[in-house]
Design a protein around this ligand. Structure first.
Ligand code: FES
Length: 357
């Protein structure tokens, strides 16, 4: 049926006609309406979203690619879901930190309001709780890295995992600048009061009043028995420090990591002012090289290439560069090979480049 509809409505496709009737309607795409926007901590905004019927659900800890149109240009970013997998009201929740230069996060903080329509990917990522749960779960997060572990914690609480001090145990260790910067601060306090098996440890790097102080250090870890597992999500510095501790001390407790910033950028060679032309050979579009990533230049040209993390990790955006040179943003490496596969989210053109998009 769907292929038939697609054939009948070519070249625009059925969605173009459906969205004239209702912007939430689509045959395959997940679209969601913003139901609520609220500030949950200093520098963080929380969105409640109602998805259409194409949404297939998620596992606690997963993320989505979130697309919103701003000034006529579709912008996409990856955000983790913060809600429990049971989301009783059917609403999904995302909490987004304001980035100083962030086009999308800035828009969500200042301009987005209820009623706006956004597009979502299906849930992605392997940073999830196992069905078979260990006795002691350690959740470590920093800053806006709290969102996926908040989803895990809410799910565990809804499951009754840490409802008594004889059931499972959860240690929730969170790093923030100060108490005002902790998203879900009030809810965390309530959950800790209601769940004897939940231990809340807040570490403030620039404020007082937490159970711990300063950045992550080995003494912050609770004792971990043999039936324990740990998850850490946050900026690269926190994730690297936890991983290094595991590597150096041979802690045998399984550790899953997720970082929400790309690896530190290597200093690229000085290519001077951007020059040359970027040709997207499949679509026939051409743009003057602005020095932005190939993904951003393609989007500015009105294209919608596939992508996931936008950080050079998931490989979803891999495309064929047919000619020209590109520099990798994180390694600084120059790729001059024709007909090579590149990640367009993390490479910038150096001079004339042709990409098969
Ligand atoms: S979008 Fe994930 S590697 Fe480019």
């Amino acid at each position: 049926m769907v292929p038939l509809l697609e054939a009948v409505t070519a070249p625009h496709g059925p969605d173009r006609y459906l969205e004239m009737l209702n912007p939430m309607w689509s045959l395959r795409e997940v679209r969601a309406k913003i139901i609520d926007v609220r500030q949950t901590a200093r520098g963080s905004v929380t969105l409640a979203l109602r998805p259409n019927g194409n949404w297939r659900g998620f596992r606690a800890g997963q993320h989505v690619a979130f697309t919103i149109e701003i000034d006529g240009v579709r912008r996409t970013r990856c955000y983790s879901l913060a809600c429990s997998v049971y989301c009783p009201d059917g609403l999904l929740e995302l909490t987004v930190a304001a980035e100083p230069e962030g086009v999308v996060s800035g828009h969500l903080h200042s301009d987005a309001g209820p009623g706006a329509m956004v597009r979502l990917s299906q849930a992605q990522g392997g940073f999830t709780l196992p069905d078979d749960r260990p006795e002691h779960i350690l959740l470590i997060s920093g800053g806006s890295g709290i969102t996926p572990v908040m989803s895990m914690l809410r799910t565990l609480c809804d499951d009754g995992f840490c409802a008594t001090d004889r059931a499972g145990r959860v240690t929730f260790l969170h790093y923030a600048r100060s108490a005002d910067h902790v998203a879900y601060r009030d809810e965390l306090a309530v959950l800790a009061a209601e769940h004897p098996g939940l231990r809340l440890l807040r570490a403030y790097t620039r404020g007082s009043g937490g159970e711990l102080a300063g950045r992550f250090e080995p003494t912050h870890l609770p004792s971990l028995g043999s039936d324990a597992a740990a998850w850490v999500c946050g900026p690269a510095g926190l994730v690297d420090a936890v991983r290094a501790l595991w590597d150096c001390t041979g802690i045998s407790v399984p550790l899953q990591t997720e970082q929400f910033t790309a690896p530190a950028a290597a200093l690229p060679a000085d290519d001077g002012e951007p020059y040359g032309e970027v040709r997207f050979t499949h679509s026939g579009r051409r743009v003057a090289n602005t020095g932005a990533t190939l993904l951003e230049q393609a989007e500015t040209a009105g294209m919608n290439p596939q992508f996931g993390c936008r950080m050079g990790i998931c490989l979803t955006c891999t495309s064929r560069k047919t000619t020209g040179s590109v520099r990798h943003l994180h390694t600084g490496e120059l790729s001059t090979e024709p007909d090579s596969e590149i990640q367009i989210c993390s490479t910038v053109p150096v001079g004339d480049v042709a990409v098969d998009l």
